[in-house]
Design a protein. Structure first.
Ligand SMILES: Cc1cc2nc3c(=O)[nH]c(=O)nc-3n(C[C@H](O)[C@H](O)[C@H](O)COP(=O)(O)OP(=O)(O)OC[C@H]3O[C@@H](n4cnc5c(N)ncnc54)[C@H](O)[C@@H]3O)c2cc1C
Length: 418
């Protein structure tokens, strides 16, 4: 990237991007480009990983420069790389590795991740629970220069199509629950000895994105550890912090707000202009409860980008450090449910039926099922409310009977209840 530097003035950067975006990114009216191909295009021109250091494949700039780039792309009506896979890799795992990885780890993993060549996912939730992430029972045992991984994870989004998973596992069973965990990179290639990845059927009926993984004594080089042994909880906290930010479209996962109209004939569940059109078409636009639901969606559509912009500005100024992503993630995921509720009201029964046997995902019925998942992914709404109350409002912490006990003792006590 010519002239890139951490101190490059935003005005200068915008001028430089404007020409490049106009010349290179496809317009939104063109057929949707493969997000990974777009990410590679950005990387090869020096516009991927804008706030990441140049030595690890980034542009060596700041989050404000990233915001400026994506805002400009939307203003110019251009497509940007988007979608869950890149959000997880670039917006969540990338900054986590950047913060906790050694120089060798960052040099090895970050360029491929930022280019979209290697897709990463998180391996945190286990069959016995997701909210209680620190209760992980997947076992990681040091063996000379290697580690041996045994156990299982579930609800991992996109594991079957990814290259690496960042896995939280227990290295010390005598330490208190949060202090005996480590984070390690696991290659997800089907040829990895001891690894089985199984897709799970979703509530919408598709064999979707969810996977369950089984680790049967997988041998991993010790260089795959992200951060020191037994500080995995701190790494997981960083990961969740970036997850909530990315889901809320702030921080490293910021990709701007697409406020363009849907193309003629297309329909996006929950988009206000489409909702009004459908309500008119079906003659329910004078129905007061439908009007109220659409008005609520309109308000959220206006407020969400403003809340995000406020937090992004606060992050740049240093006034919004900490768990503000939880507030935005809660707002966005609950608003998503309201959006599909309004869509169902506007569409009536037509919203849940379609021609043919194939499951169509772009309709209010399946969107309603999917929207519920957003209030669980990245920590449930109840967990976000706990975080907001404890870490933003300073209210007392949730009581715990496990504090200070070794994890083995926690397990013994749990078993005596079961
Ligand atoms: C769309 C989607 C994508 C996901 N992707 C991934 C992924 O890529 N990788 C991954 O590791 N996991 C992933 N998950 C799993 C997700 O992190 C968990 O579903 C989530 O953390 C909740 O865990 P659980 O489902 O085990 O529910 P539980 O933890 O069993 O919770 C059940 C209910 O109890 C409530 N609850 C639990 N503890 C408390 C508490 N202390 N206070 C108040 N209420 C509480 C919860 O809010 C919830 O309503 C995904 C989930 C979804 C829906």
């Amino acid at each position: 990237m010519s002239g890139a530097s951490g101190t490059e003035a935003l005005s200068e950067f915008r001028r430089r991007c404007q020409n490049w975006i106009a010349a290179n990114l496809p317009p939104k009216s063109a057929p949707a480009e493969d997000p990974v191909a777009l990410q590679r295009l950005l990387f090869d021109s020096g516009y991927a990983g804008i706030p990441f250091p140049e030595e690890y494949g980034g542009a060596g700039l700041t989050l404000e420069h990233q915001q400026a780039f994506y805002d400009l792309a939307h203003e110019l009506g251009r497509q940007v790389p988007s979608g869950v896979a890149l959000m997880v890799s670039v917006g969540m795992l990338g900054p986590t590795i950047l913060e906790h990885g050694s120089h060798e780890v960052k040099s090895r993993f970050l360029p491929g991740l930022l280019r979209g060549d290697d897709l990463w996912i998180q391996l945190l939730s286990e069959p016995r629970g997701g909210s209680d992430m620190a209760g992980a029972r997947t076992r990681l045992v040091r063996d000379g220069d290697s580690y041996v991984l045994t156990g299982s994870k579930m609800w991992s989004t996109g594991a079957h199509q990814s290259d690496y998973g960042l896995c939280l596992a227990r290295t010390d069973w005598e330490a208190p629950k949060h202090r005996g965990l480590s984070m390690i990179a696991v290659p997800l290639a089907p040829t990895t000895p001891g690894l089985v990845v199984q897709q799970t059927r979703s509530a919408d009926g598709t064999m979707g994105e969810f996977c369950e993984e089984f680790f049967d004594d997988i041998v991993l080089p010790s260089e795959n550890l992200i951060g020191e042994e037994n500080i995995g909880w701190a790494v997981a906290q960083t990961l969740l912090f970036h997850e909530r930010n990315a889901v809320a479209n702030v921080g490293y996962g910021y990709i701007g707000w697409d406020q363009s109209e849907s193309p003629a004939g297309a329909y996006e569940p929950g988009r206000v202009s489409d909702l009004i059109g459908i309500a008119r078409q079906r003659g329910v636009d004078q129905n007061s409860s439908v009007r109220q639901l659409i008005a609520d969606v309109f308000i959220e559509e206006a407020v969400l980008p403003l809340s995000s912009a406020r937090v992004m500005t606060g992050m740049a100024l240093g006034t919004h450090e900490g768990q503000w992503g939880s507030l935005l993630k809660l707002q966005e995921s609950e608003a998503a449910i309201e959006r599909v509720r309004a869509a169902l009201a506007a569409c009536g029964a037509e919203g849940v039926i379609w021609e043919g046997d194939d499951i169509e995902l772009d309709n209010p019925g399946t969107s309603w099922l999917l929207a519920r998942g957003g209030t669980l992914a990245g920590g449930s709404s109840e967990m976000q409310r706990n975080i907001i109350s404890e870490r933003l409002l300073g209210l007392p912490r949730e009581p715990s009977v496990e504090r200070g006990l070794s994890f083995n003792e926690v397990l013994r006590r749990q078993e005596s209840f079961e």
